[in-house]
Ligand binder design. Structure first.
Ligand code: GRG
Length: 292
């Protein structure tokens, strides 16, 4: 991992995922499929955001670990379903054959479904908070971000825009919803659990919105100029599917400038925070500079 990525936090999350993941029982195949996708690598970016947002307020990182791991379950679910033949039809993810390639479409669909349910079981069963109302708020954030008003809605417009000339507003809608909402909810969930005030939550929400856009723009750029071996997924997949992307709509150079501007905006939003936002700022730089 590059120096700007908080390796200690990533390791903590790997440990949390291993601790919380349910023991394999009958029917073993579904546990194996879930485990296969969840433990096949990945940056753990959304989970890292939950922990690092909580740390801004001096919170013990271990405290928010169930919610951080739940964010990673939801993300992994979205990747399994995104790769399915009916959606993007990809056969490589995190450098390994996709879940449906190994376990079949039926089991992959169910592995995604099960990870989604496990996410909310983990938060409602393991996440501690002084006030149970805070847990309900966190569940609401993640459910909203991943549902029809978030990731699913963005994915629908993404699919419907394949091969179609779309305007800037539609492009922004796709990326804000498909990618940005879970990133935003992860930051907000960590901050809410750590007792952020309304004003601080607003600053972090601005940070996360820009971060989510920067993340997706670089994702689009890497799909054009990245290296399959480093990325762990097949480069050129967006072009093959005639996807609406920032480089397609704006050109590669403008897309790079946009990613830089979004990164700067994200970092600027942190300036007025009362706590230490330096790791969140590093994460914004990481998003802009990443090659995987
Ligand atoms: C999961 C609620 C839910 C709905 C399914 C399939 C789908 C609807 C949504 C797709 C969302 C999606 C896959 C968006 C792309 C987000 C993205 C840029 C993924 C890559 O994330 P990284 O780079 O991957 O963080 P790693 O492997 O590092 O975790």
């Amino acid at each position: 991992m590059p120096s700007k990525y908080p390796e200690d936090t990533r390791i903590l999350i790997e440990e949390g995922l291993r601790r919380y993941f349910p023991e394999t029982r009958y029917p073993e195949e579904i546990y194996e499929a879930m485990r296969y996708s969840l433990f096949s690598g990945g940056k753990r970016f959304r989970a890292v955001l939950v922990v690092e947002a909580a740390k801004v307020f001096g919170h013990d990182p271990g405290f928010v670990l169930p919610t951080a791991c739940a964010a990673e379950y939801i993300h992994t679910y979205s990747l399994i379903h995104d790769d399915l033949p009916a959606i993007d039809n990809d056969d490589l993810r995190r450098g390994k054959p996709t879940c449906h390639t190994v376990y079949g479409e039926d089991i992959a669909i169910l592995a995604g479904d099960a990870l989604y349910s496990e996410a909310f079981r983990l938060i409602s069963g393991m996440q501690m908070a002084d006030d149970p109302g805070i847990i309900v708020r966190v569940i609401n954030e993640l459910a909203t971000a991943s549902g029809v008003a978030g990731m699913v809605g963005g994915q629908v417009v993404d699919i419907k825009s394949e091969g179609v000339d779309i305007d800037d507003k539609t492009l922004d809608f796709i990326h804000e919803k498909k990618t940005g909402e879970l990133i935003k909810a992860s930051v907000r969930a960590g901050a809410i659990l750590a007792g952020a005030t309304g004003a601080e939550l607003n600053l972090l929400t601005d940070y996360a919105k820009y971060l989510g856009l920067a993340f997706q723009i670089t994702d689009d750029i890497l799909d054009e100029v990245g290296d399959t071996a480093v990325l762990g997924k097949t480069v050129g997949s967006d072009k093959r599917q005639e996807k609406a992307t920032y480089p397609k709509v704006h050109g590669l150079e403008v897309a790079k400038e946009m990613a830089k501007a979004m990164t700067d905006n994200a970092k600027n939003a942190l300036r007025a925070l009362s706590g230490d936002g330096s790791v969140l700022a590093d994460l914004a730089d990481f998003v802009y500079e990443r090659n995987y």
